[in-house]
Design a protein around this ligand. Structure first.
Ligand code: SF4
Length: 447
């Protein structure tokens, strides 16, 4: 067993990381699906979208071949509508609510139709929005992820000059750095950021990190308002013996490397364990397999019924050949010569519901030991507790405390997305950015 890179040929990498949800083959295929839509009054698909995209309207526009109108309907509600069509867990959002499910028929492929319109808009660089003339107000946005750029776009449309400070060298946040490459490519993410900023009035300063190149006080002094969309950081610690051994890695770091270094340059183990059963855990497990790991085992301390990922995601991992070990909680990483060689897990049983509302996992006293040379932690992410504390932002264990959804306890400073909720879907962050912009309009007396 060893951790190494270049396990596969370039052709194998390309095949393994190709688009998992390919677009419609042609216009006719899109029209067939669009024409199945019942254009429901009070559409449940729209209600279940955090950004309230008017789904029947954009589908109707596709049926009349008004693709520009369709794209505008989507982007008006969700400027990341292109990326969201690839990464949203639609089975628990719009498609999961489609009335066809009640008829035991396949739901309308809303995401694929959304991709159909938005992809054309982004590829062909359609100018769908006009920015109002500058009104002299200046707003700083920290973080060029979905929350930050969604906020920036709404602000700029109304004539506010926005400066976005981003610690990475590219925009898009988790969309660019934290999602499996077979769902959305780095190239698409760049096109999406370019599409958003093509509105004008949005300057992104890359490689600018809060607490390093500038402080919150600098922004308060130089801008009329500040929006924080700083996301969350690395994976939670396991706090078990052996966690420091070589080969124990963070899922977000692993996924980040895959997206930034190229598939062949990312070392992966022969036998990999992924701890956790959320979307990030699935993305780490499937990509470890697709990088050439011979065995990938996912361990989760509760049963399948309590998993955090969707069934669709779980099925992808199973189809990729990942094994699942349910009711197993990590207890100790065993090592040899400083390197991880196995994970010992407590075997659990389920008890009464805990604070999360899920049955609490209770050790049975028995253990299992699973061999591994690489152990990837994906048990949730840590908010930037030190960073928000240093900037005197009120927080709860790193999660920024807000009133009215977006106002921090500091006047003129707003926040939203993962840094407030601890980590939800991209589409939730987009909505948080819109709400941040509305609150800033009101704060600046523009409403
Ligand atoms: Fe169309 Fe389904 Fe939405 Fe009804 S619920 S409007 S059928 S996509």
């Amino acid at each position: 067993m060893s951790i190494k890179n270049n396990r596969l040929t370039n052709e194998q990498y390309d095949e393994n990381f190709s688009d998992i949800h390919p677009p419609f083959e042609n216009k006719e295929a899109a029209l067939v699906e669009a024409n199945r839509c019942l254009f429901c009054y009070d559409a449940p698909c729209t209600k279940s979208c955090p950004t309230s995209i008017n789904v029947p309207k954009f589908i109707k526009q596709i049926t009349t071949e008004n693709i520009k109108g369709s794209a505008l309907t989507i982007f008006n509600a969700n400027i990341f509508g292109g990326g969201c069509s690839r990464v949203c867990p639609v089975e628990k959002l719009c498609e999961g609510s489609c009335v066809y499910n009640l008829l035991h028929e396949a739901p309308i492929p809303i995401a694929k139709l959304q991709r159909y319109s938005t992809e054309k808009a982004i590829q062909d660089k359609w100018k769908l929005f006009e920015r109002k003339p500058s009104n002299g107000k200046r707003v700083a946005v920290v973080g060029a992820g979905p929350a930050g750029l969604s906020c920036a776009h709404v602000l700029s449309r109304e004539g506010i000059d926005v400066t976005v400070f981003e610690k990475e060298s590219k925009g898009g946040g988790l969309m660019t750095y934290g999602i499996a490459a077979y769902k959305v490519t780095p190239a698409f993410c760049q096109d999406e950021v370019d599409f958003i900023t093509s509105l004008g009035g949005i300057e992104i300063k890359y490689d600018h990190e809060l607490g390093k190149q500038f402080s919150l006080q600098d922004l308060q002094r130089d801008f009329d308002a500040v929006y924080l969309g700083i996301g969350v950081g690395l994976a939670n610690k396991l706090s078990i013996p052996g966690e420091e051994l070589q080969g124990v890695e963070d899922a977000i770091r692993f996924i980040y490397d895959i997206r930034t270094r190229g598939y062949g340059n990312v070392p992966v183990g022969d036998k990999v364990i992924v701890i956790g059963m959320g979307m990030t855990a699935i993305d780490a497990a499937t990509q470890a397999k697709r990088l050439g790991a011979s065995e990938v085992t996912m361990v989760y301390r509760r049963s399948e019924a309590e998993k955090n990922c969707t069934q669709v995601e779980l099925d992808i991992a199973k189809l990729d050949g990942c094994k699942m070990v349910w009711l197993a909680a990590p207890k100790e990483v065993l090592g040899e010569e400083g390197k991880a060689k196995a994970l010992v897990c407590d075997i659990m049983k389920l008890g009464a519901p805990d604070y999360s509302g899920k049955p609490s996992p209770i050790p049975t006293g028995e253990t299992i030991t699973i061999e591994a040379d690489m152990i990837i932690k994906a048990t949730g992410q840590r908010p930037f507790e030190d960073l928000v504390g240093q900037n005197q932002i009120e927080h709860n264990r790193g999660k920024i405390i807000v009133r009215d959804k977006v106002s921090t306890t500091i006047k003129g400073v707003f926040a939203g997305g993962d840094c407030v909720n601890g980590g939800k879907e991209v589409v939730d962050a987009v909505q948080a950015g819109k709400e941040g912009a509305e609150a800033i309009f009101s704060y600046l007396g523009l409403q």
